[in-house]
Design a protein. Structure first.
Length: 439
């Protein structure tokens, strides 16, 4: 197995470059310092380099490691659901080399010491790189702004109240003004609170199941408000988990007007619709809820035309006691670190997007927006890489997950594509020994 400390050549690889938009056969050289020393279609074209450890990739895909902008862990406070160690193992198995940890832990990340805690634990775990969001408001209560400046100094990559939308427009206005003074990014879940109190999407299915529902217009209404405030303040703004046709159209119009706003979505919003709830299937309960088929198709179109900038896992582990209860009582959320890659590859297998475009949404754009290292092929950049087989067929089985919990909405779903090897700073942190024994 390749490891850092000496140069390593990855040859005979299908190089997926999201920046250049290319997909071509070539090689990549990792230096002894764990950074990319060189790469390209002509590198080592005459054969493997003498005296350097060499990994023959067998024409499998080598791409920048996935940068996941939305990961919840239970640590601190709910370690029985997930720890930073188990989340790191799940991320490594999923080809994720960097992940941003949401601040809704117990206690929440509204204090600089907790940002430092995540960074310290990341160095101890030594798996995927971990970055922390700072809380937008104190105790995530939506009333008083957290000390954004101090949190940024401690290393917070952006500010959010996670899955709690900020209903107070005045507080959001102040947050945007304050964040603009030091170039910080505000990340918000656009859901108008009084319209999004239900358990699933508003419509015929919710009525048939007798479940309180959340109206899809809650997303567009909150987006319209936020975008007006962005125009007022000139601040940076990122909308998370876009799930509706109307939401995509609002973002499309905002970008056409020249607003510097971005957004993301998660695989369950482009691969599933509300039918996945079935007869009260709690593993398909998420926030915002799964939407209708027209919304799912609109999310795909938004990804294709670049209206939606990033794909996130929205990883939120829940234990059995939180899910094996009546639907209305169940906690929302799905694990996603280990299904992010294969479900995103459905866009490729369905001929909706090419691999470089998918990797823009998974790696290069998230890294650029959040000012993170990695996400690109570039000399001197960290050698954060994933080697994957896009054609490998397998069936999602939560019993095989590295995560502590198995609350996936994709249980028993046939998929294609799997990480064979994950590399961080030139160091192999994961290898699928069963499917990649020759590495």
């Amino acid at each position: 197995m390749a490891n850092t400390g000496a140069p390593v050549a990855y040859i005979n690889a299908r190089l997926i470059d999201p920046i250049a938009g290319t997909d071509q056969l070539g090689s990549l050289l990792v230096g002894a310092d764990g950074k990319i020393a060189d790469w390209g279609p002509s590198l080592f074209s005459s054969g493997a380099p003498w005296g350097i450890e060499t990994v023959d990739c067998g024409r499998q895909c080598l791409a920048p490691g996935i940068v996941d902008l939305r990961v919840h862990t239970g640590e601190p406070g709910e370690e029985h659901k997930e720890t930073l160690d188990t989340a790191g193992r799940a991320a490594a198995a999923g080809g994720v080399t960097s992940m941003c940890i949401l601040p809704d832990t117990d206690p929440p990340f509204d204090d600089a010491s907790l940002i430092e805690f995540v960074h310290r634990r990341s160095r101890q775990v030594r798996l995927s790189k971990m970055y922390a969001y700072g809380a937008l408001t104190m105790d995530l209560q939506g009333e008083h702004l957290a000390e954004l400046g101090l949190l940024q100094e401690a290393g917070a990559v952006a500010f959010t109240d996670a899955d709690r939308p900020l209903g107070n427009a005045q507080t959001m206005r102040r947050a945007l003004y304050y964040a603009k003074t030091f170039g910080a990014l505000i990340v918000h879940l656009p859901q108008e609170p009084t319209l999004s109190t239900g358990h699933m999407n508003n419509g015929e299915l919710a009525t048939r199941l007798g479940l309180a529902s959340s109206h899809k217009l809650a997303e567009a209404i909150m987006l319209e408000r936020d975008l007006r405030l962005v125009e007022m303040t000139g601040a940076r703004y990122h909308a998370s988990k876009i799930s509706t046709e109307e939401g995509v159209e609002v973002m499309r119009r905002a970008k056409a007007r020249g607003l510097k706003v971005t957004c993301d979505t998660a695989p369950h919003y482009f691969a599933l619709n509300e039918i996945a709830v079935g007869d009260y299937r709690t593993f398909a309960k998420v926030v915002p809820p799964l939407r209708g088929e027209n919304d799912r198709r609109a999310i795909v179109e938004g990804l294709k035309d670049g209206t939606i900038d990033c794909i996130v896992s929205d990883h939120r582990p829940q234990d059995v006691e939180s899910k094996r209860v009546p639907f209305a009582m169940a906690q929302p959320g799905v694990v996603g670190l280990e299904t992010l890659l294969p479900i995103s590859l459905e866009l490729y297998h369905n001929r909706q997007m090419g691999l470089p475009a998918i990797w823009q949404r998974l790696a290069s754009t998230p890294a650029r927006l959040f000012n993170l290292p990695g996400g690109r092929f570039e000399k001197g950049a960290p050698a954060d890489l994933v080697l994957f087989d896009p054609e490998l067929a397998w069936v999602v089985d939560p019993e095989e997950f590295n995560s502590k919990t198995g609350n996936t909405a994709f249980d028993e779903r046939p998929t294609q594509g799997r990480a064979l090897m994950t590399i961080v700073d030139g160091r192999v942190i994961y290898r699928d020994a069963k499917r990649w024994p020759a590495a």
